[in-house]
Design a protein around this ligand. Sequence first.
Ligand code: DC
Length: 236
Amino acid sequence: MRKTFQIAIDGPVAAGKGTVSRLLAQRLGFLYVDTGAMYRATALLALRHEIDLNDEDKVVALLEKSKLEMRNPLPPKELDGRLTTVILDGEDVSWAIRTQKCGIGASKVAVLSKLRQTLVKKQQEIASTQDVVMEGRDITFRVLPDADLKIFLTANLQARAARRHTQYLTKGMNITIEAVTSEIKERDTRDMQRKIDPLRIVPDAWVLDTSELKIEEVVDLIADKVQKIRNQNTNE
Ligand code: DC
């Protein structure tokens, strides 16, 4: 019997999955696993080695030769606003993977089926040993289909574009809201139309629209639900 508690969260670009998952994991004492960071780190690797992002065998071989580690940020040095710490071959790339180029690259390598198999296996191994809040695009139906709680976190395009725009401005990037909106649309299309494991809503997922909610309200709602599930499990 599985002993870990698994919260699986899927949703489109900039729906607030990262911030909500990080705060929720912190509150519950779980590990936060940002699976998008794994696709981003793979894109960074491929870009740095000047490998074609469509070349499945080369991208997978490169990833397998590398060491990718993820952990909750360690105080004090890593508490610099990041949600998760990503170490690639000993180098802290937590910020390097957050560029627009890596985001677009990630959505390109994410269509490679062998790469997805490799990363899904890593993600399942992590969730089998620790309680997790794991977020991405295929967690509720591919990575953790038996999760204790499945959530599809979403928000309207306007709210998502505004949030992502603020994030970019905070990082000092000079970009218009129109450019951010079109980037989001492009990535949504790629995530929802890819042949393998396109982003979708599973029938037993709780669809949470965060457009009109504050982050803390979303975290409270989910934490309440987790408590109910735990009470139910104890009474069974
Ligand atoms: O969540 P994010 O923006 O960091 O994700 C980057 C890209 O990675 C996104 O365009 C889709 C892809 N991705 C995926 O296909 N499956 C996941 N489980 C997580 C991310």
